[in-house]
Design a binder for this molecule. Sequence first.
Ligand SMILES: Nc1ncnc2c1ncn2[C@@H]1O[C@H](COP(=O)(O)OP(=O)(O)O)[C@@H](O)[C@H]1O
Ligand SMILES: Cc1ncsc1CCOP(=O)(O)O
Ligand SMILES: [Mg+2]
Length: 238
Amino acid sequence: MNIAANVLLAAGASPAMVSAEEEAAEFARVAAAVTINIGTLWAADVPGMKGAAGAAKETGKPWVLDPVAHYATSFRRQVVGELLELQPTIVRGNASEIMALAGLESRGQGVDSRDSSLAAETAAVDLARRFACVFAVTGEIDLVTDGRRRVWIEGGSTLMPKVTALGCALTCLTGAFAAVAPGRPLEATVAAMTLFAVCGEDASHRAEGPGSFPPLFLDALAAIGPQRLESEARIRAE
Ligand SMILES: Nc1ncnc2c1ncn2[C@@H]1O[C@H](COP(=O)(O)OP(=O)(O)O)[C@@H](O)[C@H]1O
Ligand SMILES: Cc1ncsc1CCOP(=O)(O)O
Ligand SMILES: [Mg+2]
């Protein structure tokens, strides 16, 4: 939660990390977007997750799902299935998560991926069509698809999977971008991935390892403007 909130603040968004059933739906009504992450999953938090997703839907706001390690236990598989029924606007996961979601064999290790996003392409496209939403797969190269268009984003750093919860932070950032691009979830997702790709690469040039990477990354997110982002973006659309 800490790194996700700091990433959002650095990028100019306004995060609130909320989980209690008593307030999650009410909070979702005043938020511009909702992100739901099953990383540290407690049964007591599930009604709040569902309430927030339902409130986002009712009020016409985007909501984004991060199916962290959903393949690891039957509890996670069940909860992620129930959340998918609530029609997320965008789903973002690593390659192992997206492949497993499509029923393919995958090599996830706990919350970490050991598959490539290239191997998850068909899974992402099929899932996007099946759930009528945008799917994003991250890894060495990122893929965003709505089941019709496919957009590849290059950049980032091998240090990024060595820092915990950067994927979770990117999912939250995707929600923030979707909030300011109503009706354009694919473009919003591509923009969020691109910001991570450019700033991640930038920070990696100055970082000495995973320990020094996060502050440099946050500084890069806060410093970049639209012109440099556009000139350094490496995006290929199909
Ligand atoms: N090998 C890599 N090279 C460059 N960037 C990477 C690499 N692996 C992950 N990333 C980047 O790290 C961020 C988090 O993605 P990822 O590690 O796939 O998610 P998760 O943390 O959910 O497993 C994304 O911006 C992704 O592009
Ligand atoms: C280590 C850990 N344990 C439960 S959630 C989590 C963080 C997962 O973050 P990410 O998917 O971004 O690596
Ligand atoms: Mg993850």
